[in-house]
Ligand binder design. Structure first.
Ligand code: RUB
Length: 308
């Protein structure tokens, strides 16, 4: 495997690259590097190499359907044209797919940010969790619209992605406060809206996102505060059509407590599911939609045909 692809896999695993969009973009870049540097002699050997590389990239974070969907889309293109094209043509398809997809992702994120920003009431207190580049885009867009609001970002133990959010927002001039995860209830009492990101959305419209998200959603519901997730349609997890659950990544216990006493058991689930019934809507590139519609809109966008 090319050393740059290995580095991308390492950076995703260690969270140097984090968040579903950034991970998906980096993985597409990794596949393009593998395609450009392939030494395969036949189209089928090239396809096999690309499939193996895509599988290894996908395994770097198991709870990331956006990465899996977009890598699969690239592979689908070469599978369809394997008989008509030579290897350099097939490699070009992968490289073009990466460039076009990243551009589409950026365009989608712009639309999504505009829809999301409109949801923020003037003088609102917005709560957010972890670091979602999609959610921060919404907040930055709201600031551009000259809305007045403040944000509380929860720090997100054990890897403190909330600090990344707080730092990014503060740099753009947004009034932001960082608080410990245990303060969610306390701040909810004064909040107007919660906006978090999404790693995966299931066929039932349930959300898989950073651990702590479900707590935030439950508290929002009991305080009558609107709860939204910023999720491009490509975050839909197709395997959930048949009832298969999205796998929840469990990370190294050392992230929670390095050198813990031997008899203390430690769990470190990175994500969790939040039921659709706690979610007012998904902020997507086509508008704000109820959780029940995500499945239909996403399968249409991804071209998934169920009844063939
Ligand atoms: C990040 C996280 C984010 C989503 C969405 O978890 O849960 O909310 O990935 O991010 P981690 P984005 O830090 O473990 O990757 O909006 O950037 O796609």
């Amino acid at each position: 495997m090319h050393r740059d692809v290995k580095k991308i896999i390492g950076d995703i695993k260690s969270l140097k690259i984090q968040g579903a969009r950034n991970v998906a973009k980096a993985a597409l870049g990794g596949l393009a590097i593998a395609a450009k540097n392939s030494k395969a002699k036949t189209a089928s050997a090239f396809y096999k190499e690309m499939r193996e590389t895509a599988d290894l990239l996908s395994l770097s974070r198991p709870t990331e359907p956006m990465m899996r969907n977009l890598l699969d889309e690239g592979l689908h293109f070469i599978e369809q044209r394997m008989k008509q094209m030579d290897i350099s043509g097939l490699a070009k398809l992968i490289v073009n797919h990466e460039e076009e997809t990243v551009k589409k992702m950026d365009d989608d994120a712009k639309h999504l940010a505009q829809y999301g920003a409109k949801l923020i009431p003037d003088n609102a207190l917005v709560l957010t969790h972890c670091h979602s580049s999609t959610s921060t885009k919404i907040l930055i867009e709201a600031k551009k619209m000259r809305k007045k609001f403040s944000v509380v970002a929860f720090e997100t133990r054990p890897r403190y992605q909330g600090r990344v959010t707080a730092d990014e927002l503060a740099r753009t001039g947004i009034d932001v406060t960082l608080a410990v995860d245990g303060a969610m209830h306390l701040f909810m009492k004064k909040a107007d809206i919660v906006i978090v990101g999404a790693d995966s959305v299931t066929s039932r419209g349930d959300l898989i996102n950073k651990i702590g998200t479900a707590t935030l959603a439950h508290i929002a519901k009991s305080n009558d505060v609107s709860f939204y997730s910023a999720a491009e349609l490509s975050k839909y997890s197709p395997m959930t059509i048949f009832g298969t659950r999205e796998k929840i990544e469990e990370r190294d216990p050392k992230e929670v407590w390095d050198r813990a006493p031997k008899k203390v058991k430690i769990r470190n689930p990175a994500f969790e599911a939040t039921s659709a019934k706690y979610i007012n809507g998904y902020i997507t590139e086509i508008g704000v939609i109820p959780p029940e519609s995500f499945f239909a809109m996403a399968t249409q966008k991804l071209g998934i045909k169920l009844y063939e």
